[in-house]
Design a protein around this ligand. Structure first.
Ligand code: GDP
Length: 401
């Protein structure tokens, strides 16, 4: 009996020993290989000690594809942090509008040197013959001054040269300066009506063909007014261009101006304008700035749309300014647009955008002549504060350097 029990115990011990080896060893080897694979991917080199281990255990291992490239196992990924609502950036404090054109003068001068420099060079020639006067007229026309103003300026300069005779470079410069100034200056005031009146905000309507920089100008103007200490409500009545309302709202949010907009696509621009004016009145804002769409299918469509916007606003208050935004780089095309808009609405001022991007500053003279309305603001870059009240002296000085 005892023999029998001893035999059972011996068999049991032998069975446990073999089973334990078989069960435990492969599991342990797999754990090492995985972690080594990770190390390889991270360091690009096999550690010496590990290589030794590998060599020493080859026979004990389960056969595995020895040289097959190991799949890349990425390092343990960090769980992405819970997205947090981005903190609202602090409101920006835009600079006041005064003195901006002087600040932007260098930019204007850089774009206009061709025009002013060519005129000065021609006028400084020893002999001013007919060909030279033709060249002077040509330079003016090329700078978009317009044919008839170019003839006028050339003829005035010619008369002066005849009367005064010999010229020093300084005299040439001041003669040209005076002539250009007399063409750029207008009797009409360039100031913007942005003061509250009869207990209501001033209302400014921004009109112009899409792409001229209307929405950007609304945003820049809102900043400038806020920089001057005024409160502004924006009306996103350009409901034709899907992104326009978002664009305007972004401008407003940066400086704390509320934007009134419609949730519906292609909403009625007149009703958005009406709501914006109502909000402006309720909040006792100083200025309501309304961006409009500038589709030019036909003059009648435009007239209907802008006419309706204006009529609907006038149910609550008067429109103080209608600012026509023109892209200075579009030359004659821009002038044609200006003509159409002037027939449709009473334009009270012109905003010439992208003057930084053209050497044809003469458009200031042409467009004022064409419409009989002063340029009130100029865009001199894409930066948020690159809009300035137009100042003729700074402008002419920038042209002639
Ligand atoms: P909208 O369709 O008339 O509202 O035109 P946007 O306001 O969207 O402007 C069209 C493009 O003109 C944008 O890329 C503006 O950044 C650019 N823009 C506007 N004003 C100026 C300016 O004075 N100078 C320059 N260089 N770009 C401008």
């Amino acid at each position: 009996m005892i023999d029998y029990i001893i035999a059972i115990v011996v068999v049991a011990v032998l069975l446990l020993g073999v089973g334990g080896t078989m069960l435990l060893r492969p599991r342990g080897m797999h754990g090492i290989r995985r972690s080594r694979a990770r190390e390889l991917d991270l360091t690009g080199a096999i550690p010496k000690a590990e290589e030794g281990t590998k060599a020493g255990t080859t026979t004990l291992e389960r056969p595995e594809a020895p040289t097959a490239p190991q799949p890349t196992i990425p390092p343990p990924a960090q769980l992405p942090a819970e997205p947090e609502a981005p903190p609202r950036p602090p409101l920006e404090k835009p600079p006041p509008s005064a003195g901006r054109m002087v600040r932007l003068r260098a930019r204007l001068a850089r774009s206009q040197t061709g025009f002013g420099g060519a005129l000065l060079a021609l006028l400084s020639r020893d002999r001013l013959d007919d060909d030279t006067w033709d060249e002077i007229e040509e330079v003016l026309i090329t700078a978009d001054v317009g044919v008839s103003p170019a003839r006028q300026i050339t003829s005035d300069l010619r008369t002066q040269v005849k009367v005064e005779g010999a010229r020093t470079p300084d005299e040439v410069r001041s003669m040209l300066r005076a002539e250009l100034l007399s063409e750029v200056e207008t009797e009409a005031s360039r100031s913007l009506r942005t003061q509250r009146h009869e207990g209501r905000p001033a209302v400014l309507l921004m009109v112009g063909v899409n792409g001229t920089g209307k929405t950007t100008t609304c945003g820049k103007l809102a900043r400038a007014l806020i920089g001057d200490g005024q409160t502004v409500v924006l009306g996103a009545a350009d409901t034709f261009r899907a992104a326009a309302a978002d664009q305007l709202q972004t401008w407003g949010e940066r400086v704390g101006a509320q934007t009134v907009r419609s949730d519906k696509e292609q909403a009625d621009p007149a009703s958005v304008a009406f709501d914006a004016v109502s909000v402006g009145i309720e909040q006792e804002a100083d200025v309501v700035l309304i961006d409009t769409a500038g589709r030019l299918h036909t003059k009648n469509d435009l007239m209907d749309e802008l006419g309706k916007v204006k009529r609907v606003i006038e149910k609550r208050t008067s429109v103080d300014e209608v600012l026509l935004v023109l892209d200075a780089t579009t030359g004659q095309n821009g002038l044609r647009q200006a003509r159409v808009f002037a027939e449709v609405v009473d334009v009270t001022g012109i905003v010439l955008t992208k003057l930084d991007g053209t050497a044809k500053g003469g458009i200031v003279i042409a467009v004022q002549r064409e419409l009989g309305v002063p340029v009130k603001l100029v865009g001199l870059g894409e930066g948020p504060d690159d809009l300035a009240p137009f100042d003729p002296v700074t402008f002419v000085d920038a042209i002639i350097g």
